[in-house]
Design a protein around this ligand. Structure first.
Ligand code: MTE
Length: 335
């Protein structure tokens, strides 16, 4: 199956077409282990395409994280032909302001985040409000691995294999009411375990939002893992959102509430600087940030600091999938 996007000519082949069969088989093994729940301590070493190529069988990374337990998984979703970002970069160059504003801070500080027990409250304009435990959420639908491009508003990008399922699976279960137009995502804000909650840089908790059709789009991923493992704390454990056609800040980490509403959610970055960070925040090379261009980006780990930058793609390269959501909208006004 080859899907060509209209603009950039990116292909989205099946993972089996881009990964050597040996490695693919290795991945399937992990996924099967995850499915049967016997993975327990099985850890995958998928730090990079190179390290994948060396691992015919699952090599435990001398690390800390468990494979996602007890979930039925399948390899599917939007896959790019681009080289994966090294696990090391993806887990050490982060934005998670609850743990500090420097890119290295979250990896240093987020060990204090307490991810168990964890619940996510579903509330607002919904027929079936509920409090889901993390375990309930993990069981709610089959996990998929999806390799997504991520583009940060600051001008860098990564390619990460996330593990989760479409948020729409959860939304369907809870049955939003007809007047629910937006979904608000509220994240954990615990000053005891998150040292920078209370700092004046943002209004806490960190809140994000999507229009209902964006939240229902199959690319919007409720995410529990990356590189075949549970999320490291600094990447938003134990559950976060990934919205690959929007700037990274729309992908809220460590979610505790999902609220259905008829009002445009007041989001953290919009409240902090409305002229710089709009509600939509779709990746758009044609609309510059007031203080810098959005036309190019630096791929973390791949390009040296002084190497030629890549051109940023409309909707981060997902125009064929999501362009229709914004048909007729003035994207300069609705940035
Ligand atoms: N979620 C919370 N709760 N707090 C944050 O500071 N930062 C956002 C987003 N989600 C942030 C957050 C920003 S600016 C980006 S670019 C992405 O997380 C970074 O995700 P990553 O560290 O997994 O790459």
């Amino acid at each position: 199956m080859l899907i060509k996007t209209s603009r950039d000519g990116f292909c989205h082949p099946l993972a089996s077409e881009i990964t050597s069969q040996r490695v693919y088989a290795g991945r399937r093994d992990l996924i099967k282990l995850m499915a049967t729940g016997v993975a327990g301590a099985a850890l995958a070493s998928w730090a990079s395409r190179e390290s994948q190529a060396q691992s015919a069988t699952l090599t435990p990374r001398p690390g800390k994280l468990a494979a996602l337990p007890g979930v039925k998984s399948s390899l599917a979703g939007a896959v790019t032909m681009e080289k994966l970002t090294d696990y090391k970069d993806a887990s050490s160059y982060n934005n998670f302001y609850e743990f500090g504003t420097d890119k290295a801070d979250p990896a240093k500080n987020a060990h204090t985040l307490k991810t168990s027990p964890w619940t996510v409250e579903i509330e607002g304009l919904v027929k079936k409000p509920a409090r889901y435990t993390l375990e309930d959420l993990l069981k709610l639908s089959a996990q998929e691995e999806r390799i997504y491009r991520m583009r940060c508003v600051e001008g860098w990008s990564m390619v990460i294999p996330w593990v989760g399922y479409s948020l729409s699976e959860l939304i369907r279960k809870v049955e939003p009411l007809g007047n629910a137009r937006y979904v608000e995502f509220v994240t954990q804000a615990d000053p005891k375990t998150m040292p920078f909650v209370g700092s004046r840089v943002l209004d806490w908790p960190y809140v994000e939002g999507l229009r209902m059709d964006e939240a229902m789009h199959p690319l919007t991923l409720l995410t529990f893992g990356m590189y075949g493992e549970v999320l490291p704390n600094q990447n938003g454990a134990p559950v976060r959102l990934v919205v690959p056609w929007k700037y990274g800040f729309k992908s809220g980490k460590s979610l505790v509430k999902i609220r259905f509403t008829d009002k445009l959610p007041a989001t953290a970055w919009n409240k902090a600087a409305a002229n710089e960070y709009g509600f939509f925040s779709n990746v758009n090379p044609n609309v510059d940030h007031p203080r810098w261009s959005q036309g190019t980006e630096r791929r973390i780990g791949e390009d040296g600091l002084f190497a030629k930058k890549r051109k940023t793609l409309m909707f981060n390269g997902y125009e064929a999938q999501v362009g229709q959501l914004y048909a007729g909208m003035d994207l300069k006004k609705n940035y």
